[in-house]
Every structure is written in structure tokens, then in C-alpha cells.
Design a protein around this ligand. Sequence first.
Ligand SMILES: Cc1ncc(C[n+]2csc(CCOP(=O)(O)OP(=O)(O)O)c2C)c(N)n1
Length: 441
Amino acid sequence: MDTKIGSIDACKPTNGDVCSPTNGSVATIHDTSVPASGISVGSSEATLGRHLGRRLVQAGVRDIFTLNAGYAADGYARSRGVGACVVTFTVGGLSVLNAIAGAYSENLPVICIVGGPNSNDFGTNRILHHTIGLPDFTQELRCFQTVTCYQMHMNRSTRPSQQLLKKASLYISISCNLAATPHPTFIRDPVPFSLTPSHLEFLNKAVKPVIVGGVKLRVAKATDAFVQLADASGYAMAVMPSAKGLVPENHPHFIGTYWGAVSTPFCSEIVESADAYIFAGPIFNDYSSVGYSLLLKKEKAIVVHPDRVTVANGQTFGCVLMSEFFTELAKRVKRNETAYENYHRIFVPQGKPIACKAKEPLRVNTMFQHIQKMLSSETAVIAETGDSWFNCQKLKLPKGCGYEFQMQYGSIGWSVGATLGYAQAVPEKRVLAFIGDGSFK
Ligand SMILES: Cc1ncc(C[n+]2csc(CCOP(=O)(O)OP(=O)(O)O)c2C)c(N)n1
């Protein structure tokens, strides 16, 4: 096995930065062969820096973004399942904080690696450049505490492997003089574990159950299992607005976006009149609940989170992985297509915008009619906060067409960097970014 960490290996971190890639924004990790399970390395390669690099490769990272390109790491994580950026201690870390907060709000595993102070400087009361001028090396880590799942400063007694493989958003600061530190434990793999309950009775006695995809499908890596359950159950399948792009809209039982009073036509009627609904990884905030006006009853819901399940507003079962729960449920659930048949019975296809007259200014509905025709499995849509959100929500995504937006955090300007990162992650796709002029600036 030969896993080379291009820029990180070549880097001599004498100035406090972990590395400075030659192109200024993207460092590529060259991965010549990563075995599916287990990585064996020679003892000379079992250093802290190489260990971190190998763990990143194992988690799916092939490119690392720098120069505060946190939005690019966000865009990359949306496609690859994990993104990473490397920044300078404090001056870089505090700049990238907003992008990391945004990624955290969307449950995106973005790993922020910081070239931390020399381990010999801790406890000396020295003042470092690129800081606010106080001999306090914890300021940056404390800032990251509320916007990442885990924070660590790597010194001689800590190792990142367990935390990295959880694929949560992380802050990792590494003393700049320690990247070459060797230790035999840097070659060990973590041990996985899981549990699987089922809630068949509640679903099987329902007359017209539905299934609704939420944004945490991504962090749970459960989109395939979700579709497996939709296929097996025959339930009508809807998507919440923030999960658009995570659920196949070409699925035979897809009934549209469930967004309360502003759902796509005929979708809310079916969801809100169901007597049982499975919500897969939902976030009910003021946006997604249309100001908390959804006509749902918790007693009718099975709410599935990445690691727990709550049934009918009653018991919560912990240590249950969403993907395993769906896979097991798919094997046992009773098929029931009633809700989809009801939808089919009432559905009327949408109309077409009125044709433009000569010299009439271009209308949004006409423009999006053309954009709709451009979409295919070879494209992806990135929608910025603002009008673009609402216009792009109405697009019908063909099979394989990507779709990303930052609904929870809604930081304008996000889409510019995220488009770069997404395009870098999926070079074979044509990425269409919809950005208002205010956000683009
Ligand atoms: C970083 C940040 N600052 C402020 C806002 C509040 N905000 C939301 S939309 C918006 C205006 C966006 O303007 P534009 O990009 O032109 O969008 P459009 O007019 O197409 O809606 C602002 C300032 C925000 N979401 N993020």
C-alpha cells in the first residue's frame, strides 16, 4: 500500500502552518491504492502526520482546501461525504469559522485542520504571531467548540483515528513540530458496532402510511437504505425542502416536496392526511415548518435520526443506525400503496408559463423552464440563499442530477466557494450555480 500525502508530506511546517499548497487553494492527496478494509504501513510511515493523512484518505478525502476555503470543503463534503480544509492557527481558523458553522448546521462532516503552535511553546507564556497577542493558545479551540462535534489539540499523547472515522465535523489542531512524530498506534483501525430494532406493528396497522426524507439522510449515509424501504413498502415518498437532492425525484412513488402550506401541489394533502409517517432525519426549524405551521401529529410519526428512533411520540430507541433500521424494516414491512394511489387520483400536472411576447423582459418562469431542460444526470444545481432557493426548489430533478443548498445556515456567499469545491469533487458533472447579485458580491 502506498498512500502518498502530496503536499503534506512535502511540507516542512516550521512557520506554524501545516502546509502551503503550490496552487494556493487546493492540495491534492495522491492515493495510489487504498484497500477496502485495513491499512498496513511500515513503521517508518507510522508518523502522526502520515497517520492523519491516511485517515483522511480512508474517510474519503482526496483534496484539501486551504486559504480559508471552508465553503469549498463544505461543497466537497456534499458530494464526497467528507471535506477538509487546512488553515493557519487563529488567523486562518477564525476566518474559516463561519464556513465551519454553516457546514455543522447542515450536518456535513467537514474537518478543519489547524497548524497549531509548537508543542514546546505551550506553558511558556510566549506571544505568537497570527494571534490576538495574548499568550492563550486555547482561544481558537474554544471558538470551535460550539460549531464542531469534536475538538482536539494533537500532542504526543492524543491520536485522532476514532474521532475521524465517526465522520462528524471536527477541529484538529496539530503542533507544527509534531507531524513527523512516530507511534505504533497510528496504524490501528477502529472497531464498528450497531443495533437494529423494528417498529412493524405501528406501520403495518396504518391505512395510508407515507415516508418523508429529511436532511440528516446525508450524515446518516442512509439514502440508499431509504430508497430500499420506499421500494419495499410501496409508501408514497416525499422529501423535505432541505433534503432536495438526497431523494430520487424520478422514483415511481415520489409525490414531491413536503413543506407544509408551500409544498409542491397535492403533496401536503397526502402527507398530512396520512395516519402514519416515517420522517427520515428531519430538521423542523422555522423555515422547514413554515413558521411552525405544519399539520402533523407526533403520535402518528416514526422519527428516525442518524442514531436513534422515536415511535409515536413515545419511546426513543438509542444506538440504532438509520441505514440499518431502514434495511431491516424493508425486509419485513407490509406493502401498502394506498397513499400513493390517493395521490395519483388527485394529481394534476403543472401548467406551462405563458409564452413571452416580443420585447417583453425575460421572466423568471420562462428562464427556469429552459433551465429545467438543461438538467440531466450529468449536471448538479447549487442554489444560493435568497430568491434562488425558491426558484430552484421548483426544479424537477432528473435521475442522478445533484442538488445542494445551505438551508439551515443560509449564509450568503456560501455557494460561490461551495461550487468550486463541489466541481472539484465531481469534475465529470456540469455544475449550475444560481446566485443573486448581492450574494455573489
Ligand atoms: C452572511 C449573511 N449575511 C446576511 C444575510 C441575510 N440575507 C439573506 S438574503 C440576503 C440578500 C441576498 O441578495 P441577493 O443575493 O441579491 O439575492 P436575491 O435578491 O436574488 O434574493 C441577505 C443580505 C445572510 N443570509 N448571510
